[in-house]
Design a protein around this ligand. Structure first.
Ligand SMILES: Cc1cc2nc3c(=O)[nH]c(=O)nc-3n(C[C@H](O)[C@H](O)[C@H](O)COP(=O)(O)OP(=O)(O)OC[C@H]3O[C@@H](n4cnc5c(N)ncnc54)[C@H](O)[C@@H]3O)c2cc1C
Length: 388
């Protein structure tokens, strides 16, 4: 293993791989990415639903989406990897007057930034996702350039392109300590020896707080378990009443969501009673709660069998906005953490922005809403409201 590098990245999920890729594009190629698992993208990245949307409630997240989706659309050409990107749209269903008001304001914001979002009534929403039951739906929003993509493909695309440009990727290596001297990063300690470096990037997803502590920095990210269930089409059923496209439907009040996954259906829902945990054991007793909500919106699910399920961790900040930038108090320590359930889709832009910051370039992006220091002030009031 290399014993020195210009930059060490901790974590081989979509964030770490994106930072590595974008650093190499800026001429910073003496980069070592360390992943403690035997494979990349086995943390949150490998367990996510693949959803990609422009529809957020604050301008900074919408801007991250615009840039990220532009890159995802040209990913095969620019990065050299196919990513199974289906832009069949995201449909948000709204059932309370308060949500309708909020979404009307946010659609105006999204449109003001150039995003083409439609406002639908319940009938049009049902047409956008055949099989959907829209009882109680007061309105819906739909953006046809939203969609689903392959998180593993995106991560491997970034990682392979970074490697081809000179970056080193080490799997099965755990970072066990960060060396700081005189307020500056000087290196990392790992399960396979130390590496001298002036720059460390914390891209450890739900483990960001633990990596932060190694450098004496509090990174306010908590892990929350989220489940995904896979339903199989009933045998012999050519007319299963679910959308043929991969439109991603979200029932905003319950947070139940689904999209087609091969011949079956992927679905999930937030658990309002979940407290921070690193436990990713599937709680099968949560499934009946999800099914209760799910069959009201998509009755065809009642005929399906659940073939498998998994749980992963959201990396959640107090205001559900990410943390991107230099950590206060330790020179050379950079954070790309806390994406609160939407990190996969924002990894292309977030990695580009942090690479610019590290390389000393102007990232051309107002990072105030994502500033690591914001939690000392009133940042929580302006955070992201569409955490699903
Ligand atoms: C069920 C679920 C559904 C989701 N759906 C979506 C979605 O539809 N769209 C979306 O955009 N996002 C979604 N997300 C969120 C998204 O998956 C995350 O925001 C994103 O994957 C975070 O990427 P990351 O690279 O920061 O973290 P990770 O993928 O967790 O990568 C961090 C890596 O750091 C490694 N690591 C940790 N500690 C150490 C150490 N000490 N030494 C070395 N390596 C270490 C870990 O092994 C891990 O591989 C979902 C998440 C879950 C759980």
């Amino acid at each position: 293993m290399k014993r020195s590098a210009d930059v060490v990245i901790v974590g081989g999920g979509c964030m770490g791989a994106s930072v590595a890729y974008h650093l190499t594009r800026r001429g910073v190629t003496d980069v070592v990415l360390l992943e403690r698992e035997k494979l990349l993208a086995t943390g949150s990245t490998g367990r996510n639903a693949g959803g990609v949307r422009h529809q957020f409630s604050n301008a900074a997240n919408i801007r991250l989406s615009i840039e990220s989706i532009n890159l995802l659309e040209r990913f095969a050409d620019d990065v050299g990897q196919t990513i199974d990107f289906h832009q069949d749209g995201y449909l948000f269903l709204l059932s309370t007057d308060a949500s309708v008001d909020t979404f009307r304001r946010n659609v105006a914001l999204q449109r003001s930034l150039g995003v083409d979002v439609d406002w639908l009534d319940a009938t049009a929403a049902a047409q956008a996702a055949p099989g959907l039951q829209t009882d109680g739906v007061l309105g819906a929003t739909f953006c046809r350039r939203d969609g689903v993509a392959d998180p593993n493909g995106v991560t491997m695309g970034f990682a392979k392109a970074a490697q081809a440009a000179g970056a080193t990727i080490e799997r099965d290596v755990e970072v066990t300590g960060i060396r700081v001297s005189g307020g500056r990063i000087t290196g990392v300690e790992t399960s396979k020896g130390a590496i001298d470096t002036p720059v460390v990037v914390n891209a450890a997803g739900p483990h960001a707080r633990q990596i932060g502590r190694m450098a004496g920095v509090d990174v306010p990210v908590d892990p929350y378990r989220r489940h995904i269930f896979i339903a199989q089409a009933p045998p012999g059923s050519a007319h299963w009443r679910v959308p043929a496209s991969r439109v991603l439907v979200i029932d905003f009040e319950s947070t139940f969501y689904f999209h087609r996954e091969g011949a079956g259906l992927l679905f999930g829902m937030g658990d309002k009673n979940e407290t921070p945990t690193f436990d990713t054991t599937v709680q099968w007793d949560f499934l009946p709660q999800v099914i209760d909500v799910a069959v009201k919106r998509l009755p065809a699910l009642a005929d399906a069998s659940i073939s498998h399920a998994w749980a992963g961790l959201y990396e959640v900040t107090p205001d559900a906005n990410p943390i991107i930038g230099a950590a206060a108090g330790v020179d050379g320590f950079f954070l790309i953490n806390g994406f609160s359930g939407h990190g996969f889709q924002h990894s292309p832009a977030a990695g580009r922005i942090l690479a610019d910051v590290i390389a000393g370039r102007d990232p051309q992006f107002d990072l105030t809403p994502f500033a690591p220091a914001r939690f000392a002030g009133a940042g929580a009031a302006t955070g992201e409201k569409y955490m699903v």
